[in-house]
Design a protein around this ligand. Structure first.
Ligand code: NAP
Length: 309
C-alpha cells in the first residue's frame, strides 16, 4: 500500500500512463517542475525520464527518501545529490527493450531504404514522372552497437537474421559472441551502420564527435536511440550536410521537443520524436514497474529495480 499524500508526481505523464498510475494509487500531481512545490510531507517522487527533476525541487522535500523514474535512463535525476542524501532511486529497465529495438530496426531500414521518402514519392505522384532512387541493402553490412547492455543485446539478436556481422563497444567486454572494441572510434572504423544504445553519462557526452563520424565514413549510417547528448550535434549536422556520412536516424536530440531546425531540411535523415518506448503495452509495463518500486519502498522491501551506480 502506498500511503495517501506520500508521493509527489512531478511532470505530465501520457494519458495511458496517468490512467495506470491512478488505477494503482493517487499521487499529488505537480505538473510543472518549475512551479512552487505543493506543501506536504512527501517521502517519494514519481517522475518520467523525459522530465528533468531539478535538484532545487528535491531540496524542498526534507522527508524525501525515494525517487522512482519511469524509463531506463536516469540522466534526468540529480543523482549525486540523491546519493549524498541517502535518497534511493529506481528506474524501469528491461520492460522497454522490445519496443525500443523494434523502433531501432524500423529506423535503420527506413533510413537505408528511404521508406518515408519513397512514400512521399508515391503520394505526390512523382512516380508517374520517373523512378525512385536506388538505395542500399543491409545484408552483408557490418553493424556496430555502442552499448551492449540490455537494449544492445536484444538489438543484436534481432539483427542477426538480417545476415550482418555484429561488433560492439563499451567499457568492458560482455559475454556475447560479437567482436569487441573498447573505443567507439575503432568501432566506427569497423562498421557500416552504427547504433548508439549507451546511457547519457559524463563519459558518453558528445562521444560521437567529428572523428568518429569521419571514421564511420561516407557510406556509414548512424542510428541514435540512446540520448541526444551522446552525439556532438554540430559535428553530426556538418557530417550530414557535407555527406561525410550517408545518413542518420535520430530518435533523441539535444533540445527536445525542439530539435535543431537544421536537421529538418536534410534529405539524409530520418527523425522520430523520442518514441523508443512509446507503445501502449510498454508504457503500461513501465508505469507498473515504477509503481512496484514505490510499493516496495513503502513496504520496506528491496526495490525491484534500484539504480545502484
Ligand atoms: P543498460 O542495460 O544499462 O546498458 C547500457 C550499456 O551501455 C552497458 O552495457 C554499458 O556498459 C554501456 N556503456 C556505458 N558507457 C559506455 C560507453 N562509453 N560506450 C559504449 N557503451 C557504454 O541500459 P539499456 O536498458 O540497454 O538502455 C540504454 C540506454 O538507452 C538508456 O540509458 C537510455 O538512455 C536509452 N534509451 C532510450 C530510449 C528511447 O526512447 N529512445 C528508450 C530506452 C532507453 P557497462 O555495463 O560496462 O557499464
Amino acid at each position: 500500500m502506498i500511503p495517501v499524500n506520500s508521493v509527489l508526481q512531478v511532470g505530465h505523464f501520457p494519458e495511458i500512463m496517468q490512467a495506470e498510475i491512478d488505477r494503482r494509487f493517487v499521487p499529488t500531481r505537480h505538473l510543472d517542475p518549475a512551479a512552487p512545490v505543493p506543501s506536504g510531507d512527501f517521502q517519494a517522487i514519481l517522475v518520467r525520464s523525459n522530465t528533468k527533476l531539478p535538484e532545487s525541487l528535491v531540496r524542498q522535500l526534507p522527508k524525501l527518501k525515494m525517487v522512482a523514474t519511469c524509463g531506463v535512463g536516469y540522466d534526468n535525476l540529480p543523482l549525486s545529490y540523491l546519493k549524498a542524501q541517502g535518497i534511493k532511486a529506481s528506474n524501469t529497465p528491461g520492460v522497454l527493450n522490445d519496443a525500443v529495438c523494434e523502433l531501432a530496426m524500423g529506423m535503420m531500414l527506413g533510413l537505408m531504404r528511404r521508406i518515408p521518402e519513397s512514400e512521399s514519392f508515391v503520394k505526390s505522384k512523382a512516380w508517374s514522372k520517373g523512378l525512385f532512387k536506388i538505395t542500399t541493402t543491409l545484408a552483408g553490412k557490418r553493424v556496430g552497437i555502442a552499448g551492449m547492455g540490455r537494449i544492445g543485446q536484444d538489438l543484436a539478436e534481432r539483427l542477426l537474421p538480417f545476415k550482418v556481422d555484429i561488433a560492439y563497444s563499451g567499457p568492458s567486454p560482455k559475454a556475447v559472441p560479437y567482436t569487441y572494441f573498447k573505443d567507439v572510434h575503432a568501432l566506427a572504423t569497423a562498421c557500416d551502420v552504427l547504433f548508439l544504445a549507451c546511457p547519457a553519462t559524463p563519459d558518453t557526452d558528445k562521444m560521437v564527435n567529428q572523428e568518429v563520424l569521419e571514421a564511420l565514413g561516407p557510406n556509414g549510417y548512424l542510428i541514435n536511440i540512446a540520448r541526444g547528448s551522446v552525439v556532438d550535434e554540430a559535428a553530426l549536422l556538418y557530417a550530414l550536410q557535407h555527406k561525410k556520412i550517408a545518413g542518420a536516424a535520430l530518435d533523441v536530440y539535444d533540445n527536445e521537443p525542439n530539435p535543431n531546425e537544421a536537421f529538418l531540411n536534410l534529405d539524409n535523415v530520418l527523425l522520430t520524436p523520442h518514441i523508443g518506448s512509446a507503445t501502449a503495452e510498454t508504457r503500461i509495463a513501465m508505469t507498473n514497474l515504477a509503481v512496484d518500486n514505490l510499493e516496495a519502498f513503502f513496504n520496506q522491501q528491496p526495490l525491484p529495480t534500484e539504480v545502484k551506480n
